[in-house]
Design a binder for this molecule. Structure first.
Ligand code: ADP
Length: 488
């Protein structure tokens, strides 16, 4: 699939350290999840490379932070335009290594690029403060200064957007970055890095350490232990988030964590059912169910339960599963065999405990069986089933029945996670009550799609720390400095 790139030089397979492409002592294979075929051998960097990247970033810091924000913004805007200009090639690279349908991949390129545009603009508006004095001989001023070298560890489900969402605010604020992309999807990251160099990013300001799963842990150790790295931003599982938080304790590093979710999707009796079914479809099956904000538990009020299940199942049956490059396909493969095991175990567990299979419930037929799972709807799902507690991260919609608003709020909040939630209602009083009662960082109301660069994305409880995107997303990358001027 990568033979067809309009610009083949976007296909980089070496790591980027201090503006140089680095081959690494060994290589690791990147595979196409749809076929299992090897796409490329990529630099497998390790601890020593990580030390070099951190040193390069630190050396590049003084000149980068000294630039007026407007000059950094100009480089970021050139980078943004290059991503947009090369969106088709970037989408092909992404579909090849991640599996999502080409149109979805193109959508992610544009979404990912939008963070660069947004933060190029926001970087110019990192205002300090003057505070009215309480002492006639003193004046109080607050500066905002870049925090220092920033590290980013990112997942495979959004190979570009999860990088730009972290890196763009850091760069805009005046911080150099060291990025460790997911081992499954380094090619998208490297293609973006190539475009960053073309945009004029100075050597050392943006570094990418590619590595396999074992070396990723090794690099993670170095990034966390470093005194020079002042901020770590991570998107991935809650389990790894806990490890990284522990590893960052000795250096009291600032952390942004974007962790697992277990999103409830609630449909009340007064909802527009067609719109709710469409929203559920988008929220559940996008990226084959592999996003942290995917609806994981669908709660439907008793009066509309059967009708909703039927509408959703009809939409699920219409999803075309296949290779993301094939025209008309809107659901690609799962990322790997482990993902398939989790999906199968959740479905088997639900069926064993009395759930009803409405549609799907098996691997796709024929040659697709290894990595593709059919869009599935389960009815009569109950709280004792695995899919009620854990993120399935696959195309399975478990539909629970509820009676009252109070009941469903308790059910929805009965999880250690608190990333996104969704509900459908047309009652304005209920909309405010439920939105305020849900313990999540984000609430989609009468919509299944909530992510854009302009809004604060993030979770409460064990779904993470901090917010990405919006005017708040740059705050983690600056420190306040209070100046007290005496003898005035
Ligand atoms: P997922 O379940 O999405 O694969 P993970 O949390 O396992 O999420 O991985 C997300 C990112 O974290 C990847 O880049 C992966 O290489 C990295 N990672 C996984 N384990 C560790 C670790 N112990 N230390 C540092 N990085 C890690």
């Amino acid at each position: 699939p990568l033979a067809l790139l309009a610009d083949p030089t976007l296909l980089r397979t070496d790591a980027l350290i201090n503006g140089e492409w680095v081959a690494g002592a060994s290589r690791f294979a990147v595979e196409d999840p749809a076929t299992g075929l090897r796409l490329a051998d990529v630099a497998n960097t390790g601890a020593a490379d990580a030390e070099q990247a951190i040193a390069a970033a630190n050396a590049a810091w003084p000149a980068w932070k000294a630039k007026p924000a407007k000059e950094r913004a100009a480089i970021l805007m050139r980078w943004f335009h290059l991503l947009v200009q090369h969106a088709d090639d970037l989408a092909r690279i992404m579909t090849a290594e991640q599996g999502k349908p080409l149109s979805e991949a193109r959508g992610e390129v544009m979404y990912g690029a939008s963070f660069i545009e947004w933060f190029a603009e926001e970087g110019k508006r990192v205002y300090g403060e003057t505070i009215p004095t309480t002492d006639p001989n003193k004046r109080f001023i607050v500066l905002k200064q870049p925090i220092g070298v920033c590290a980013a560890i990112t997942p495979w489900n959004f190979p570009i957007a999860m990088i730009t969402r972290k890196v763009a605010p850091a760069l805009a604020a005046g911080c150099p970055v060291v990025i460790k992309p997911a081992e499954q999807t380094p090619l998208s990251a490297l293609a973006c890095a190539e475009l960053a160099l073309r945009a004029g990013m100075p050597a050392g300001v943006l570094n990418i350490l590619t590595a396999d799963a074992d070396r990723s842990i090794e690099i993670g150790n170095v990034l966390c232990a470093s005194d020079v790295v002042r901020h770590l931003s991570f998107t991935g599982s809650t389990e790894v988030g806990r490890i990284l938080m522990r590893q960052c304790a000795p250096t009291i590093k600032k952390l942004s964590l974007e962790l697992g979710g277990n999103a409830p999707f609630i449909v009340f009796d007064d909802a527009d059912l067609d719109s709710a079914a469409e929203g559920a479809l988008i929220s559940k099956y996008r990226n084959a169910g592999q996003t942290c904000v995917c609806a994981n538990r669908l709660y439907v009020q008793a009066g509309v339960y059967d009708a909703f299940v039927e509408k959703l199942a009809a939409k699920a049956r219409a999803i075309q599963v296949g290779n993301g490059f094939a025209p008309g396909v809107n659901q690609g493969p799962l990322i790997d065999a482990q993902a398939m095991n989790k999906v199968e175990s959740h479905v088997a567990d639900a069926l064993a405990k009395g759930a009803t299979l409405v549609t799907g419930g098996s691997r796709a037929p024929g040659a697709l069986a290894e990595r593709f799972y059919t869009p599935t709807v389960l009815a009569n799902v109950t709280a004792d089933m695995l899919c009620a507690r854990e993120e399935t991260f696959g195309p399975v919609a478990p539909v629970f029945r509820f009676d009252t608003e109070a009941d469903v709020i308790n059910l929805a909040n009965a999880t250690e996670f608190g990333l996104a939630s969704y509900f459908y209602s047309r009652d304005i009083g209920r909309i405010f009550r439920v939105a305020e009662a849900l313990e999540t960082g984000m609430v989609g109301i009468n919509t299944g799609l909530i992510s854009v660069a302009e809004v604060p994305f993030g979770g409460v409880k064990q779904s993470g720390l901090g917010r990405e995107g919006s005017r708040h997303g740059i705050e983690d990358y600056v420190e306040m400095k209070y100046l007290c001027i005496g003898d005035v």
